[in-house]
Design a protein around this ligand. Structure first.
Ligand code: HEM
Length: 356
């Protein structure tokens, strides 16, 4: 008797599992011709096209794509595991821009919020979905980037995030790591998130030289920034020393004091150094940390995984190189536990990096 009941139970469970699996595996064909895992995502494909046309110059890894990623960070990090801060990845930075854009750390963000606002109003997504979809799509335009996750269904933000949640380049490593920890990120995840600085430039650190890149390959999501921040610096690219800036190795390149310090601090130097020329490690750690960042403060049980609306980025498989005239002798390494990869040097005279 007991055996009959057990086998009936196993039979029902197996059937349920088969239905569930069939549900998971069955693709949905959208009216637009796209295929997705969930019919709720169909509405997003035309929106992705609109983002590409109206915001990203038809799919470029340009300034708007870079800034969309920065915006996603500044939005989401307004959150604390202990409560009492903002709603995290809720788009509050877009809706409550009058408040959040007055914060010092959000300097320069007004450019991207004012570019995004009319598109946001047209698409009628929640602000959180809009900010975090735009970040995933913009990042996908950069060759070498991972295809970021996109979870759909964030409710409207309730209030602005308070000031002092976004780390500043003048902050100490201790303060940066404690802010990341307060939002739920380990030192290793903080460094993974900083992979973003491989597609980054500064407009307001030194206002005399807007669009000054952090590495020599600002249009590619490669590991070049991890290498170049480890080189000995010798010059300021613009109007002398600015708050949050330290000497850079290349004309036309900006080095943040925070990146410099994190690359050399005993708590993070090995995580930083391990990224150099390890594209696979960088993209998988960045993707995982971004997946966490982009749902901070959200009830993920209520979100639908619409990652398949995010375009597939072009791959980057080349070995990175020292900029011309630089080699191993120019490195400042504090992580002694890891061997440094053997890298070639670009031929020719030392470059001047053009602005974005
Ligand atoms: C220690 C933490 C961080 C500090 C201190 C920091 C600081 C900065 C600063 C000062 C700028 C230049 C702003 C300007 O002058 O226009 C910048 C740009 C940028 N940051 Fe960060 N950042 C941090 C972490 C992050 C993270 C976690 C992300 C993304 C996940 C991110 C993405 C970017 C991007 C993409 C840009 C370039 C924006 C553009 O080119 O328009 N940053 N960051």
């Amino acid at each position: 008797m007991a055996f009959t009941r057990l086998s009936a139970f196993i039979g029902i469970t197996l059937a349920a599992l088969q239905v569930a699996n069939a549900g998971l595996a069955r693709p949905v064909f959208c009216p637009s011709g796209h295929v997705t895992a969930n019919s709720a995502c169909c509405a997003l494909f035309p929106m992705v096209d609109k983002l590409q046309t109206d915001l990203f110059d038809g799919g470029e890894c340009g300034e708007e794509a870079h800034s969309a990623l920065r915006l996603a960070f500044h939005d989401a990090i307004g959150f604390s595991l202990r409560g009492g801060k903002g709603g995290g990845a809720d788009g509050s930075i877009l809706i409550f821009n009058k408040t959040e854009l007055t914060f010092h750390a959000n300097g320069g963000i007004d450019d991207i919020t004012s570019r995004q606002f009319p598109v946001f109003q047209e698409l009628k997504l929640s602000a959180g979905d809009f900010v975090h979809l735009a970040a995933a799509v913009g990042t996908a335009n950069c060759p070498g980037a991972p295809r970021l996750q996109f979870m759909f269904g964030r409710p409207a933000p309730k209030a602005p995030a308070p000031d002092l949640t976004v780390p500043e380049p003048t902050d100490s490593v201790t303060s940066i790591l404690s802010r990341f920890a307060d939002a739920g990120f380990s030192p290793r995840e903080a460094i993974a998130l900083l992979s973003s600085h491989t597609i980054a430039a500064a407009d307001v650190v030194d206002v005399t030289i807007p669009g000054t890149p952090f590495d020599s390959t600002v249009g590619t999501f490669d590991t070049q920034v991890f290498l170049e921040v480890l080189l000995k610096g010798s010059l300021f690219p613009g109007n002398g020393s600015q708050p949050g800036e330290v000497v850079s190795p290349l004309h036309g390149e900006m080095r943040l004091q925070s990146d410099f310090a994190l690359a050399r601090d005993p708590r993070t130097a090995c995580f930083w150094q391990a990224m150099v020329d390890d594209q696979q490690r960088m993209t998988s750690e960045f993707k995982a940390a971004m997946a966490k960042l982009q749902v901070l403060g959200q009830d993920t049980r209520k979100l639908v995984d619409c990652s398949d609306v995010v375009p597939v980025p072009k791959t980057f498989t080349k070995q990175i190189k020292f900029p011309a005239t630089f080699s191993k002798k120019d490195l400042q390494l504090t992580c002694k536990d890891l061997p440094f990869p053997n890298l070639a040097t670009v031929a020719g005279p030392a470059p001047t990096i053009p602005p974005v």
